[in-house]
Design a protein around this ligand. Structure first.
Ligand code: CDP
Ligand code: MG
Length: 136
């Protein structure tokens, strides 16, 4: 296989709260992703701050970390060829109102902060994010 990659996906609190995890996981499977590992967790604010450290200077950082730690999330390792970019394309634009038809954020996202899914943005960050949640 060429370019087999893994990426980290998170089903965020707004989607878990609406019981959308099965539906979203089916979308990943339908689009050729293998779910290598999956767990439902509830992160603390401090863990959310560590995970989103790259955004620590952004004005939305505090709200983002409060939000990610506000309820259960589902974290997954997804695998397929070109998984990182393909997942970003399947997710759609950060702001659901700008996301294309058929993308997860268009279908399920409520607002820019409650946009239902996270996906790693590079192979390098995918490794860091997978380690963050699935180290052992
Ligand atoms: O998630 P994505 O990589 O598409 O976007 P990001 O720029 O890495 O931002 C991380 C997350 O911060 C987004 O998914 C949004 O939930 C949130 N965000 C926000 O609440 N307000 C913004 N103006 C930008 C991002
Ligand atoms: Mg990002």
């Amino acid at each position: 296989m060429n370019n087999l990659e893994q990426t980290l996906s998170i089903i965020k609190p707004d989607a878990v709260e609406r019981n959308l995890q099965e539906e979203i996981i089916n979308e990943f499977k339908k689009n050729g992703f293998l779910i290598i590992k999956q767990k439902k967790i509830h992160v603390s604010k401090i863990e959310a701050e560590q995970f989103y450290k790259v955004h620590q200077t952004k004005p939305f950082y505090n709200d983002l970390c409060t939000y990610l730690s506000s309820g259960p999330i589902v974290v997954m390792i997804l695998e397929k060829e070109n998984a990182v970019l393909d997942n970003r394309n399947l997710m759609g634009a950060t702001n659901p109102s700008e996301a294309k038809e058929g993308t997860l954020r268009k279908k399920y996202g409520i607002s820019i902060d409650k946009n239902s899914v996270h996906g790693s943005d590079s192979v390098e960050n995918a490794k860091i994010e997978i380690d963050f949640f699935f180290k052992d």
